[in-house]
Design a protein around this ligand. Structure first.
Ligand code: A3P
Length: 297
């Protein structure tokens, strides 16, 4: 594969894998990704992009390390948790990182369930899935596109809004993603969490995560993990806020990675007409699922 230049002058290109938009470097090595060999003790964190991946990664890491902050700050997020389908030839590849990592590994993916390498389910790996209400998810993704050259340019907000509804964004349709994983949770070891619940009652969701991982947290440890994974503390943590990525790729002065961390920010972006259009479309696309979301507190 040719080296892709990401020197701040260009953006990544995209292509399709089975109808799902992906950065071209991912498409180029798709067979290797599909054939990825999971280990039974792998823990996978799966999300639609911008649903709270980094937050969940930080919580899980601190649970694993029994609240040892130094250990959780051993390396930036993207080095601690291989992102299996991710590759920027000049920077590295999630597959190679995963292969080089000692077990037990904690891995990350944004793949929709139908594109998940089959070995994860065959080996009965534990999987944590986090979903976020689509209005806030869309707004967060839009701003992430603006600041991140490893994604295509988002166009105007109006254009992005339409592309998101049509599923013409990387990792595909939000609706299909959350529904597909929701269905899968009944047959596999999947803990399905919601960003809004994590915001509303972080300690409760952290306990749920600990229980799923098989760890006990006393009140003091729970308090400590909740504190270190709060938005304000994580925003200042250079090992969790993506500030270590070269600014030619992620430019936090356009929009910081740790942007708002709120529920309901979509109200500052959606016009009344967009909101009506969104709700109508949502009703149709979500008619065949029991899955529900909170759009505000
Ligand atoms: P916003 O852009 O709405 O602020 P991901 O990690 O999946 O890319 O998701 C990023 C989103 O999660 C961003 O949302 C980011 O601010 C938010 N986030 C990250 N850490 C958080 C935390 N500790 N509490 C709340 N939100 C957090």
């Amino acid at each position: 594969m040719e080296g892709l230049k990401l020197d701040g002058t260009e953006r990544i290109s995209v292509d399709y894998v089975q109808g799902i938009l992906q950065p071209t470097p991912t498409c180029d090595i798709w067979d290797q990704i599909w054939n990825f060999q999971a280990e039974p003790d792998d823990l996978l964190i799966s999300t639609y992009p911008k649903a709270g991946t980094t937050w969940t990664q930080e919580i899980v890491d601190l649970i694993h390390n029994e609240g040892d902050i130094k250990k959780s700050q051993r390396a930036p997020t993207h080095e601690r948790f291989p992102f299996i389908e991710w590759i920027i030839p000049s920077l590295g590849s999630g597959l190679e990182q995963a292969k080089a990592m000692p077990r037990p590994r904690i891995l990350k993916t944004h793949l929709p369930i139908q594109l998940l390498p089959p070995s994860f389910l065959e080996k009965n790996c534990k999987i944590i899935y986090v979903a976020r209400n689509p209005k806030d998810n869309m707004v967060s993704y839009y701003h992430f596109h603006r600041m991140n050259k490893a994604l295509p340019a988002p166009g105007t907000w109006e254009e992005y809004f339409e592309n998101f509804l049509a599923g013409k964004v990387c990792w595909g349709s939000w609706h299909d993603h959350v529904k597909g994983w929701w269905k899968a949770k009944d047959q596999h070891r999947i803990l399905y969490l919601f960003y809004e619940d994590m915001k509303k009652n972080p300690k409760h969701e952290i306990q749920k995560l600990a229980g799923f991982i098989g760890k006990n947290l006393d009140d003091k440890l729970l308090e400590k993990i909740a504190h270190h994974t709060s938005f304000d503390v994580m925003k200042q943590n250079s090992m969790a806020n993506y500030s270590s990525i070269p600014k030619e790729i992620m430019n936090h002065s356009i929009s910081p990675f740790m942007r708002k961390g709120a529920v309901g920010d979509w109200k500052n972006h959606f016009t009344v007409a967009q909101n009506e259009r969104f709700d109508e479309d949502y009703k149709k696309k979500m008619a065949d699922t029991s899955l529900t979301f909170h759009f505000q507190f």
